[in-house]
Design a protein around this ligand. Structure first.
Ligand code: VG1
Ligand code: CO
Length: 543
């Protein structure tokens, strides 16, 4: 066995963001760059000798190269076994499922999620612990500190390992086991949902369309929706994962999932449409010519959870990220269960789920999930909806409208300003923070500002504190404007503006969200001086 110790140099830019380290592919191709980060992970988590690691990614460009490097480094760092998805493929929720099912020490997931891929696109890497969830901030801080000081890494000198068939290979003292990336996950879904009821729904006149966006969920959706549930063949579109996602932006929203949106708003629209992102953890839910906001989707799943087998016993509690609308809070109140407000990013839900405090969680950014794994889960959300639809036998639109009539409607929208000069974006945030004192108590038309702050979170389980998680402008009637800088981009800065207004009056529920939020949008632009400070008149994307 030939283990080599290779000299590296510290890199200063390997700070994990909202979800792991994300950079352009050429950055990862720099000599020793990937290796530096991987060794920093191994040094930070100190796996006992002989531990099992799970490894896979969303199949984007550089996935295969990175997997071979990581396998050889795992062998040189004392792991006993690596479970790797066939072809190097594992969706993010499937990786979480496999870590938990086989009680692995942890896993490395290769993905830049919804960011475009290809030789000039993005790549990413993150570590998940034995609970199947993203490493906590304490761990990612340690990884970052090590990456800035590392002087060498260990790697086994060996030939590449075959990954395209289910087989076992030896790499030094380590076993590499290639596993079916879909079956464990599909079995888990079958244990949570009533597949017989969904199958009979899909075999009637009810039609669905699922857009895998040329990304990782294609094989999962084909197996679950078409094979196990009998949806008409062709119900899953763009089902073959491509290294560059067909040149698209694998982000399931009304802008980027345009193929699906055209179908769902077209003449002969199916009854239900859905899409997921690059690594399969996000979801967008559509009815016939009807869009369900992710915040409403979370609230609706919570309100209907007991209709679904895996959740029939009720929910321990729910959690949402701070910018996500408070629609789910109203459901939690009605159900008399706790509701937690966390910073953005799935890593903050892990402790709450491990402690049994919450069952469902979600984010406004098209992320929904539960304690069945420790990642958000795109197909799971689709199956949850289909199960509810199979039981309630009403359209998506009617179910949502009934929900609003009962709980009120939280109008919601997010404006993204992408690729801004970092200084200008920081300037907007600083200006807002400097304005807190003068803004509190100010009235704008029918809205008056009650308080402003920079969101800070104290984890109720381990007491850790996360500061600077987004500027909140809170109004007397529960409306909110939030400003936050993205932690997943790879070019300049992305400023997100989140807008929310509550409406109890049913006669105003049919209003278009942009119309209902017009006044708040005006206030947001005014108080932030966003347009003058960044020179941007319009957002890049509105969701
Ligand atoms: C974005 C979303 C956040 C999500 C994160 C990872 O982060 O806003 O809600 O958890 O992406 O999702 P940011 O920092 O850019 O706002 V994924 O599907 O990219 O792993
Ligand atoms: Co994702």
């Amino acid at each position: 066995m030939n283990i080599r110790t290779i000299a590296t140099r510290p890199f200063s830019d390997q700070k994990p963001g909202t979800s792991g380290l994300r950079k352009k592919v050429p950055a990862f191709q720099q000599p020793h760059y990937l290796e530096n980060f991987v060794q920093s992970i191994f040094d930070s988590v100190s796996a006992p000798k002989g531990s099992t690691l799970v490894l896979g990614g969303d199949g984007r460009y550089y996935n295969r190269t990175a997997i071979q490097i990581i396998l050889k480094m795992a062998a040189a760092n004392g792991f006993g076994q690596v479970l790797v998805g066939r072809g190097g493929i594992l969706s993010t929720p499937a990786a979480s499922c496999v870590i938990r099912k086989y009680q692995a020490f942890g896993g490395i997931i290769l993905s830049a999620s919804h960011n475009p891929g290809g030789p000039d696109g993005d790549f990413g890497i993150k570590f998940n612990g034995s609970n199947g969830g993203p490493a906590t901030e304490a761990v990612t801080d340690t990884i970052f500190a090590k990456s800035k000081a590392l002087s060498s890494y260990r790697i086994l000198e060996a030939a590449d390992v075959p990954l395209d068939s289910l087989c076992e290979t030896t790499l030094g003292d380590m076993q590499v086991k290639v596993i079916d990336p879909v079956s464990d996950y599909a079995d888990l879904m079958e244990s949570l949902f009533d597949f017989a009821a969904i199958r009979s729904l899909l075999q009637g006149s009810f039609k669905i369309k699922f857009d895998a966006m040329h990304a990782v969920n294609g094989p999962y959706a084909r197996e679950i929706l078409e094979r196990r549930l009998g949806a008409a063949s062709g119900s899953v579109m763009n089902a073959v994962p491509l290294e560059d996602f067909g040149g698209g932006h694998p982000d399931p929203n009304l802008t980027y999932a345009h193929d699906l949106v055209e179908i769902m708003y077209g003449a002969d629209a199916p009854d239900f449409g859905a899409a997921s992102d690059g690594d399969g953890d996000r979801n967008m839910i559509l009815g016939k010519r009807f869009f369900v906001t992710p915040s409403d989707s979370l609230a609706l799943l919570a309100a209907n959870a007991t209709l679904v087998r895996g959740y029939a016993g009720g929910l321990a509690g729910v959690a949402r990220s701070m910018p996500t609308s408070a629609a789910v809070d109203r459901v939690a109140h009605a159900l008399d269960i706790p509701c937690f407000e966390t910073p953005t990013g799935w890593k903050f839900f892990g402790n709450l789920m491990d402690a049994g405090k919450v069952t469902l969680c979600g984010e406004e950014s098209f992320g929904t999930g539960s304690s069945h794994v420790r990642e958000k889960d795109g197909l799971w959300a689709v199956l949850f909806w289909l199960n509810i639809l199979a039981v309630r036998k009403q359209s998506v639109e009617i179910i949502v409208r009934e929900h609003w009539a009962r709980f009120g409607r939280n109008f919601y929208s997010r404006y993204d300003y992408e690729g801004l000069p970092t200084e200008a974006a920081n300037g907007v945030m600083q200006h807002l923070r400097d304005s807190f004192a003068t803004l509190a108590g100010t009235a704008f038309g029918r809205y008056s500002i009650q308080t402003c702050d920079d969101f800070s979170y104290t984890d109720p389980v381990d007491g850790s504190i996360s500061k600077g998680q987004g500027v909140r402008i809170l109004f007397g009637d529960g409306s909110r404007i939030i400003f936050r800088l993205s932690g997943t981009g790879t070019e300049g800065a992305t400023l997100r503006v989140y807008l929310e207004a509550f409406e109890a009056d049913v006669s105003r529920h049919p209003l278009d969200a942009q119309e209902a939020l017009k006044e708040l949008i005006g206030i947001a632009l005014h108080v932030s001086e966003l347009q003058t400070r960044t020179g941007r008149e319009q957002p890049t994307v509105i969701t």
